[in-house]
Structure formats: structure tokens, C-alpha cells
Design a protein around this ligand. Structure first.
Ligand code: CA
Ligand code: CA
Ligand code: CA
Ligand code: CA
Length: 476
């Protein structure tokens, strides 16, 4: 890259960060939908280390916080610990707009801002309707963040931006990983050595829930999904009293464990299912699976029917755990399948494409209507008017499945894209993976090795995290 283009890129990065006229500069016509780099140093400079694991605060369309972890040392002042840390962008003007203006703070810190002496990663943020987000949960190997656990195993910590204090969430538990906080910052679920736990923060009590790994908690804090032996399960917390006056949430005992990765005949998936993601209410659980029998039984998956066309290639599925209360009635849907239907003609199959490559790492929005995932598929598009479905071929992209309740089928659009018209020139030149979605899908985020696009400056060897503002969302 010559000096001129470097300077130009830096200017564009600054503009994107400040939420200025990057849209006009790129000649984009599609409202203010845009993709922006998140892992940038103050002023838009290149991060000097890799970043990963984006998470949004769950405050509907407000998005006060966007968190990620990074080994970079120049995102905040005084980062000299040589360890991976968890960072949060505090948007100076929260609300439903694309601006990433704000400041980045480091939250994996101990008393008086002391730097961690071990790596910290994998943030999760609270902030359900009506609540101001203030809790960022993460896992860390540090031994100096809070009292109560000085051993160098993994533990779950919570940084409270109101109290500016870090507390230990997993006291007395070895190798605690994958912490997920509920919307109101009352319950944190995590795994340790093949078991799922939930910590009731107000009671300072930890409950053992089930055998399993890789948990995701419903935003309302009423249950948790997890993996065990290649299947997905969901466990409702039997009872939870919400009154803080009476001492906060209280889990009386566990509910009934349910097998999620089962078809309408009740048969378990005949392949490996993993990476569960839960909606706000515990009605829907999405996951990836190499199973080929999950659409079998009943009317099959909407649009697709009962046959998994790509066989044991991994697809994204959404199980409906509560057809009586959820807005849709099907048992199972496939999200790595695009029907190309329209609001006018919901039964149309103008596209009818199931992914022709593996799809992985789903993340679901609050109402369960949208799922983002990454995929090697090259044939997923939402409309036949999109001539080139995927200009970068098998380079992995992030896709967005949207199934508004007024329709009868789902569409899939590629959202790991830069500026410019749809087709080829907007495609990214590096893999886009591990997506996250905000509660209402006005923002998505992902990790990518793309280089020289959308304000990226440090090259393909250093993965960065990116945010895409979707506004009202495609197709709605
Ligand atoms: Ca650091
Ligand atoms: Ca399949
Ligand atoms: Ca691709
Ligand atoms: Ca990079």
C-alpha cells in the first residue's frame, strides 16, 4: 500500500469511527447501512494485535456497549500487561444509528484499574428492556482481578460499569469458562469441567444445573441451552423470583431437561450438534449440526420439507421449544436455507437454495426471528435479482437469516460486505466468522482477516472485529 492510499484509508477509518460521512465517501446508496472496523486505536489507527469475540449490550436498539477481546496494546492508554484483555466501546450517543463515536475502555481490570496478570476473553453483556446495561462478564486466567480466587485456572468475572468494580462469579470452581449474563444482570451461567452452573449474583449462590458444555442463557434468565455428547439440551430454571427487595432471584430447583436437537418424530440428531444460541424467552434455540434427520417428521422444515439436501454438511437449525407461545408453529426450521419469498407472495420459492458448504457459529436475536451465522456456502441469496450470490467464493462469509412472523418462510442475505453495489465489488477479501447480533438485529458484528477494506489497516495476519449497521434490517 502506498502512502497516499494509506492516508486515504486512515481518513476513511477516522470518518467511520466518528460516524461521519463515510457513506457518502464510498458512494453507498443503501440508506446508512455500512460496515465499520471496531478494533481501531484512538483516532482510527491500526490495532497492533488481533481481536475477536464481539458482543453487544442487550438493550434493544440502543446499543450502549459493544465488547470484544484483543491482544492489541494500543486500544487504550497504559496497556502494558502483555495479556489479552476485554474492551468495551461506550457509544457516546446510544440509539438506532450507525455511529461508533465513543471511547474504548478496558474492563478486564482489578481494583483501582490494576492490569490483569493473565489473559481475559469472551465478553457477554446485560441490558434487557428498560434496564441500563452495566455488567460485562468474561473469562480470565488472571489471579489479581478480585478476591476469592488466586489460582491460575480460568474463572468467570463481572465488571460493573456503575460501581467500576470487578467481582468473581465462580468462587471455588475450577476451570470456569464461557460465562453468559442474563438481561438484568441477575444470573450468570457458565461451564466447568463438563457441568453447567448458574450463579445468582444477588444471593451469591451457585447452582449446579446439568452435565454439559458451551452454555447460552435465555436473556430473561429462565433457562440455559448447552451441548452434551453431540446433542443440544435446554434446561429451564424451575422458578425464579424477580423481586430484588426479597433478595433477588431464587432458583428453587431445576426444571425438566429437554432434548433440543430432535426431529418432529422425537428422534435425536444423527450427527454432531453444537454451538447453541437462545432467544430472549427460551422459546427458540438455534444450533449447528451435521445431522441429516432434523427436518424429518410432520411437515418438515418450512419451505425445505423433510430432506436435508446437502447431507452431512453442517447446517443451521432453529428448534421451536414452545409452539403454543412462540410466534411460529413449526417444530424445526433450517436457517442455512433461503426460499426467496416476498411479503406479497409468502409461498413463493424464487430462490430455494440450501447452503452448498458448511454453516457454523449461529447467533440469534432476541425474538428468535433472525439468526446470523458464518458459512462457506456460495449459493445463499435472498432474491433472484442478486446475480452473484457470493463474489468471494468459498471465502467464509456471514449470513443473516430473517423470518419475520408476517411471512411464512425465511430468506438469507450475505452481510459480511463492504460498500458499493451488491454483486462482486462489495465482497470482503478475507474470512468473516463468529458473528454476533444485537437484540433487535440493527447491528451485527464479526471477526475477519479482510485487509485494506472498510478502514482496516493492519493487514490479513492480524484479525480484526467489524460491525455492520443494518438499520431496519434487510427484507423488512
Ligand atoms: Ca493487554
Ligand atoms: Ca446438512
Ligand atoms: Ca463466500
Ligand atoms: Ca487485520
Amino acid at each position: 500500500m502506498d502512502l497516499t492510499s494509506t492516508r486515504r484509508a486512515a481518513v476513511l477509518a477516522c470518518a467511520a469511527l466518528a460516524g461521519l460521512a463515510a457513506v457518502a465517501a464510498h458512494g453507498q446508496v443503501n440508506g446508512d447501512r455500512q460496515t465499520m472496523i471496531l478494533s481501531a486505536a484512538p483516532g482510527g489507527g491500526a490495532a497492533d494485535g488481533d481481536s475477536d469475540n464481539i458482543a453487544f449490550s442487550q438493550d434493544n436498539r440502543e446499543i450502549k456497549y459493544i465488547a470484544f477481546d484483543s491482544s492489541a496494546t494500543n486500544l487504550v492508554r497504559g496497556d502494558t500487561n502483555g495479556k489479552r484483555d476485554v474492551f468495551v466501546l461506550v457509544r457516546s450517543k446510544r440509539g438506532d444509528h450507525a455511529s461508533l463515536a465513543g471511547r474504548i475502555i478496558r474492563v478486564s481490570v482489578g481494583p483501582r484499574g490494576r492490569q490483569a496478570n493473565g489473559d481475559s476473553r469472551l465478553p457477554s453483556i446485560d441490558g434487557q428492556t428498560g434496564e441500563n446495561p452495566h455488567c460485562i462478564v468474561f473469562e480470565s486466567r488472571a489471579t489479581n482481578l478480585a478476591r476469592g480466587d488466586r489460582s491460575p485456572d480460568w474463572d468467570i468475572y463481572l465488571y460493573d460499569t456503575r460501581k467500576k468494580r470487578t467481582i468473581l462469579v465462580s468462587p471455588g470452581i475450577k476451570d470456569a469458562r464461557t460465562g453468559v449474563v442474563d438481561g438484568e444482570c441477575e444470573l450468570v451461567t457458565f461451564e466447568s469441567r463438563g457441568r453447567i452452573y448458574v450463579r445468582a449474583l444477588h444471593l451469591r449462590k451457585t447452582y449446579r444445573i446439568a452435565r454439559g458444555t458451551n452454555p447460552d442463557q435465555a436473556t430473561n434468565g429462565k433457562g440455559v441451552a448447552y451441548e452434551r455428547n453431540g446433542q443440544i439440551y435446554y434446561q429451564a430454571y424451575f422458578e425464579k423470583f424477580r423481586s430484588k427487595k426479597k433478595g433477588g432471584p431464587y432458583i428453587k430447583k431445576n426444571g425438566r431437561e429437554r432434548l433440543v436437537s430432535a426431529n418432529a418424530r422425537g428422534r435425536r440428531g444423527n450427527g454432531v450438534s453444537k454451538n447453541p444460541t437462545v432467544d430472549d424467552n427460551g422459546w427458540y434455540v438455534a444450533f449447528e449440526s451435521t445431522a441429516t434427520n432434523l427436518c424429518e417428521g410432520g411437515r418438515g422444515c418450512p419451505g425445505l420439507g423433510t430432506v436435508d439436501r446437502n447431507g452431512p454438511i453442517s447446517d443451521i437449525f432453529r428448534r421451536n421449544l414452545n409452539p403454543r407461545r412462540a410466534p411460529t408453529k413449526e417444530h424445526m426450521a433450517m436457517a442455512s436455507y433461503s426460499q426467496g419469498c416476498t411479503a406479497k407472495n409468502p409461498g413463493a420459492k424464487t430462490v430455494d437454495e440450501q447452503g452448498n458448504g458448511p454453516s457454523n457459529n449461529p447467533a440469534m436475536t432476541g425474538a428468535g426471528e433472525n439468526i446470523v451465522f458464518d458459512s462457506e456456502a456460495t449459493n445463499l441469496r435472498q432474491s433472484p435479482s442478486i446475480r452473484v450470490a457470493d463474489g468471494n467464493g468459498p471465502v467464509r462469509d456471514v449470513y443473516y437469516w430473517n423470518f419475520p412472523r408476517k411471512r411464512k418462510c425465511g430468506n438469507v442475505s450475505r452481510e459480511s460486505r463492504g460498500e458499493g453495489a451488491r454483486g462482486t465489488e462489495d465482497t470482503l477479501n478475507g474470512d468473516a466468522v463468529r458473528p454476533a447480533a444485537s437484540n433487535r438485529a440493527n447491528f451485527i458484528g464479526f471477526t475477519s482477516t479482510l485487509s485494506g477494506q472498510v478502514g482496516e489497516l493492519n493487514g490479513p495476519a492480524i484479525p480484526d472485529v467489524f460491525v455492520r449497521y443494518l438499520g431496519a434490517g434487510p427484507g423488512s
